[in-house]
Every structure is written in structure tokens, then in C-alpha cells.
Write a new protein. Structure first.
Length: 385
């Protein structure tokens, strides 16, 4: 039986291969297409004939595919010198272009959805079909999105470091896509963030990695077998992955020790406090409020202040939470759901049930809508008894 190809190895080599082609003079979009062709060829050939130097094999095949495209291109004469300078077979440079590619794929000229798609393909090594399935869109639609993104960043060269914060936001968007199609995007985001944390001397990638691991540790407890949402307070904590929690806390502590606090480190600290509590009643809500204060200072985000209101309601009582909520715009997403929760905690079941129904109408996905509707029905049942 022919052994299966190691797809994880192929994908891990993608950024280095792409970087080598670009440094040899290939334009980014053409180089990325050539690398994808080489990856497809590797999946076909390697099971029966594995190379001794996988990265060198991919570089050679991708470079030849690039040259084939160059010869057929109208600009053949402008690039003729590249054809004459094809490198001889042998070891390839060990340089890691992952960081440069992250910056390129998170370029500010790209939309969030385009940045996510281009990162998954150019840095993650996923195929267009895999990315399309993960996002539940037709392959042709995703191909157009990626092509537009590549055209947008073609010719971009970095003579100074890119924006780390933008790269981290793109990775967090990928993580929050979760699992869909045949690709676990949360696991893929963790893999890419691990590599980024090694490639750059900055505590925030480590903070994001810790946050991802701590959230991922609760994954098995987040939904019912039927796919319904299970709130944090109601999750079976015995199903949390203690190994991921321990790793996330260790990474977070090392990042915080560098005394360069960023928003992902603060978010991870909040997640770590939740993970550390054996029960919801034993959660250190006072310290969580303090971390939300830090996070609000760093981001000035109304969503952060909304989550802080929930924490205040737990630390100082539901009326204190409602007072904090009253300072926020009631058009914020989840504002109505938070108000319903706090009124329920305060014993005002009629108001809570009404607000849960209203929040359900505003919900953006079916699972959330069903959860809020069930909360309202449960409270109405309690009132009727």
C-alpha cells in the first residue's frame, strides 16, 4: 500500500519556498501560483517517490513552473534573464520568509476576508478548494477573492517591519472561523501563530497563542451533541483540555514577564482566570474586571466594555452590571442579550424573558438564536409555575 503524503510537512514548507522564488526575482502572484502547482505535484508524486530534500524538491518544481509561465507570458523578453539563471540543483537557503509573508498577506490595502484567504493560501499552504469549503463559499468565488488579493499586493516590497497588530488580527479572525469543511481553521491558526511567535521577538504573538490555546481547551464543552451553544457558566469543566490550559498559562506568564502588555495578553489573562476556576462560583471576577479595565485602556473598544459589564455584574452584583451597561450604546451587538442576562441575575424574570426574545431576533446565527429563545422559554415556564 502506497503511504500517504505528509500534508502537514508540505504546508509547513510553503512560506520558505514562496520566499525563495520571490527573492530570486519572481513577482509574488506568479510565484504563489507556481508554488501551489508544486504542492499539487508533491501530493501526486511523493507517496511513491519521496524526495530526500523536500524543500529543495518543491523549490525546483515551483521555479520550473514559474519559468514555464514566464515563457508564455507577454513579458517574456523582460524576464529572459531569469530563464538563463536557473539555479543548479542543491541545498536551498535556510532563510525563513514566514514573517515577511505574514506582513504581505495582512497588508492594509486588503479587506479582512481577503487577508484571511491569502494568509491561508500563501502562508498556510491550503488549496483554494480547502479554503472555499472552510468558508462555505463556491471554489470559483474564493479563487476570485484570492486572485484580487494577489493583484492588490503585487509589487509590494517591505523596507521596514510591517504592522504586527494587523497580522495578529488576521490570525485571530482565522481562529474564530473554527471548524468547517475538511479544514480545522482554529488548529491552523494555532499552527501559524506558533510559527509567528518564533519568528518575531515580540510578546503579543505569544499572548495571542496563549489566548488561542486557552479558548481551544474549552472547545469540546462549548456545544451539545446536537450543536447547541453551552455558555461558559454551564460547561462541563471536566471536558476542558488541561494540557492546553497548562501550555497556554505558561506561554502567557512568559509574555507578561516581558512587561510589554498588549491586548491579546490581556485577553489571555482573562481566559486564564476562567480556566483556573474549578467552578463558575469560584471564578475570580474581581481580577477579571481589573483585566477588562486594562483591556479597555489598551483598545478603547465598546465590545470590551460590554464584556466588562458582565464581569462587573458577577463581581459587584447584577445592578452594578446594569449600571455599567447603561453607559454603553444599546445598538452594540449582544447588548440586549447582556441586559437580559443581568436582569435574570437580578430576579426580574419578566424583563429578562422579553429581552431574550428581542436578542434572539437580533442574533446573527442560528445556534445563538436557538440558545436565546430557549432561555426566554425557560424563564417564561418558571414564571408560570
Amino acid at each position: 500500500m502506497t503511504p500517504a503524503v505528509d500534508e502537514a510537512l508540505i504546508r509547513s514548507l510553503t512560506p520558505g519556498v514562496l520566499g525563495i522564488l520571490v527573492r530570486r526575482g519572481a513577482e509574488f502572484a506568479a510565484a504563489e501560483d507556481a508554488v501551489q502547482d508544486a504542492l499539487v505535484e508533491a501530493v501526486r508524486v511523493w507517496p511513491a517517490d519521496p524526495p530526500r530534500d523536500p524543500k529543495g524538491w518543491l523549490v525546483t518544481v515551483a521555479w520550473r513552473r514559474f519559468l514555464d509561465g514566464t515563457r508564455a507570458d507577454a513579458a517574456r523578453r523582460r524576464r529572459e534573464d531569469l530563464v538563463d539563471e536557473e539555479p543548479a540543483p542543491g541545498p536551498v537557503p535556510a532563510a525563513d520568509d514566514t514573517l515577511w509573508l505574514h506582513f504581505l498577506c495582512a497588508h492594509p490595502s486588503l479587506t479582512s476576508s481577503s487577508a484571511v484567504a491569502l494568509t491561508l493560501r500563501a502562508v498556510g499552504g491550503l488549496t483554494t478548494r480547502q479554503i472555499a469549503r472552510a468558508h462555505l463559499v463556491p471554489e470559483a468565488t474564493m479563487a476570485q477573492r484570492i486572485s484580487r488579493a494577489k493583484r492588490t499586493v503585487s509589487g509590494v516590497r517591505f523596507d521596514r517591519p510591517g504592522d504586527v497588530a494587523t497580522v495578529l488580527r488576521v490570525l485571530y479572525l482565522i481562529f474564530n472561523e473554527g471548524y468547517s469543511g475538511d479544514i480545522d481553521l482554529a488548529a491552523e491558526a494555532i499552527r501559524l501563530t506558533r510559527r509567528l511567535a518564533v519568528a518575531i521577538d515580540h510578546p503579543e504573538p505569544a499572548g495571542l497563542l496563549a489566548l488561542m490555546l486557552l479558548h481551544h481547551a474549552r472547545r469540546a464543552a462549548r456545544t451539545t451533541p446536537e450543536g447547541g451553544l453551552v455558555p461558559l457558566a454551564e460547561q462541563d469543566r471536566s471536558r476542558w483540555d488541561t494540557g492546553l490550559i497548562a501550555e497556554g498559562v505558561e506561554i502567557l506568564q512568559a509574555a507578561l514577564a516581558r512587561d510589554r502588555l498588549g491586548e491579546f495578553q490581556a485577553q489571555a489573562a482573562i481566559a486564564a482566570l476562567h480556566a483556573d476556576a474549578p467552578t463558575v462560583e469560584e471564578t475570580d471576577w474581581v481580577q477579571i474586571v481589573e483585566w477588562y479595565d486594562e483591556l479597555a485602556r489598551l483598545t478603547d473598544s465598546p465590545v470590551v466594555r460590554l464584556n466588562r459589564a458582565v464581569a462587573v455584574g458577577e463581581a459587584d452584583g447584577p445592578r452594578a452590571g446594569l449600571a455599567a451597561l447603561a453607559e454603553l450604546d444599546d445598538s452594540l451587538p449582544r447588548h440586549t442579550a447582556v441586559a437580559a442576562h443581568l436582569h435574570e441575575r437580578d430576579g426580574d424574570l419578566a424583563t429578562a424573558a422579553r429581552l431574550y426574545v428581542e436578542a434572539a431576533r437580533k442574533a446573527t446565527n442560528l445556534a445563538e438564536r436557538d440558545h436565546l429563545t430557549r432561555r426566554a422559554a425557560r424563564l417564561n415556564t418558571r414564571r408560570d409555575r
